[in-house]
Design a protein around this ligand. Structure first.
Ligand code: NAD
Ligand code: TYD
Length: 353
């Protein structure tokens, strides 16, 4: 049994689905179902006894402790977080509450469980895997080398500052208490079930709705993109083979600037779903830049690849085709997640930072 937090979100739900495809080990899935959590992602597991869903908050000490006692997981895989940079700029408090205080609560509950409720053998097998981001390393210029595990932390947004704080707490729990942690720092993910506030699903869903495709600033900011299935396989690999106390960068060497990403999506849609009014690229609209917008992220995952033998399966070209196809095939999913709360948010955005 493993405990997953945030398993109804984008990466968490992909992870739970992949996990139960790859093994028969049951999953307890603790998720507060914020605007980003969606049980529709896990519909295929409705009658599957290997998936136990619990609606609840990672900040709830009693709930987390009781789940640990009841299900006795051999590992915790911690995804739950507030994850959108733009939202963190407009309302940072919740990011620190969930990402910092929530992680602290999980660490405290998990350590008490580890110390008091596990046998020696169970303790040596137990792992706490903290899922984090490359954004903690800050921004690179166009010609600096990619982030390694040795790159100093320089978080720039409220989101990355909150994730960096949680990474430091996880690190401290290993160094101070010997608590068996692992941390992964991954680059930007894309793929099925990503909420359409993030660049790739936003552009696909806006294009299909003939809405503007907003490009922040000059569109030359670079991200390093990884297909979500490859992130999930990296987490499984680190969980099974990672060295306690270590951090692992996860990425597939797919740096692209934003305008290239958006033009690529438009070209794929022009081919798959041609529109009588012409190319989707006509919808591209430059808007006011995000405050403090990091210029470039690039991740060096040599450590994970050479020490643990992980390799991504998808390159950007194969992954983005799969992703566009998935959104074309799941337009009802997009409609369903575009709730009132989400509309309120988008209405507030551009020009109003
Ligand atoms: P997401 O926003 O899609 O999902 C987050 C999930 O956490 C949701 O299901 C939400 O309901 C749940 N959640 C939020 N607050 C909670 C709380 N207090 N208690 C319990 N559940 C709560 O996020 P995502 O994109 O799937 O990211 C998952 C993790 O991976 C995050 O920790 C994020 O920092 C990290 N990460 C994301 C990316 C990316 O590109 N999306 C890249 C690297 C790392
Ligand atoms: P995003 O998907 O929000 O991820 P992150 O900020 O965590 O990297 O944004 C990816 C890039 O796309 C980032 O440089 C900001 C840019 N962007 C736009 O240009 N337009 C948009 O509407 C969004 C949401 C993002």
């Amino acid at each position: 049994m493993i405990l997953v937090t945030g398993g109804a979100g984008f990466i968490g739900s992909n992870f739970v689905l992949d996990w139960l495809k790859e093994s028969n080990e049951p999953v307890v899935n603790l998720d507060a179902l914020t605007y980003a959590g969606n049980l529709e992602n896990l519909q295929s597991l409705t009658d599957d006894p290997r998936h136990i869903f619990v609606k609840g908050n990672i900040c709830d000490k009693e709930l987390v402790s009781s789940l640990l006692t009841k299900y006795k997981p051999r590992a915790i895989v911690h995804f739950a977080a507030e994850s959108h940079v733009d939202r963190s700029i407009c309302g940072p408090d919740l990011f620190f509450e969930t990402n910092v205080m929530g992680t602290l609560n999980l660490l405290e509950c998990a350590k008490a469980y580890y110390d008091q409720e596990l046998s020696e053998n169970e303790r040596s097998a137990f792992r706490f895997l903290h899922v984090s981001t490359d954004e903690v390393y800050g921004s690179l210029t166009f010609d600096e080398p990619a982030f390694t595990e040795e790159t100093p932390y320089r978080p720039n947004s409220p989101y990355s500052a909150s994730k960096a704080s949680s990474d430091h707490a996880v690190r401290a729990w290993f160094h101070t208490y010997g608590f068996p942690v692992l941390t992964t720092n991954c680059s930007n993910n894309y793929g099925p079930y990503q909420f359409p506030e993030k660049l790739i699903p936003l552009v696909i869903s806006n294009a299909l709705a003939r809405k503007p495709l907003p490009i922040y600033g000059d569109g030359l900011n670079i991200r390093d993109w990884l297909y979500v299935g490859d992130h999930c396989s990296a987490i499984r690999c680190v969980l099974e083979n990672g060295k306690i106390g270590e951090t692992y960068n996860v990425g597939g060497h797919n740096e692209r600037n934003n305008i290239t990403i958006v033009k690529t999506i438009c070209a794929i849609l022009d081919e798959m779903r041609p529109h009588r009014d012409g190319s989707y690229a006509n919808l591209i609209t430059y808007v006011k830049d995000r405050p403090g917008h990091d210029r470039r992220y690039a991740i060096d995952s040599t450590k994970l690849q050479t020490q643990l033998g992980w390799k991504p399966k998808e390159c950007f070209e194969t992954g983005i085709h799969k992703t566009v196809q998935w959104y074309l095939d799941h337009q009802d999913w997009v409609k369903n997640v575009q709730s009132g709360a989400y509309r309120e948010w988008t209405a507030k955005q551009y020009g109003n930072w």
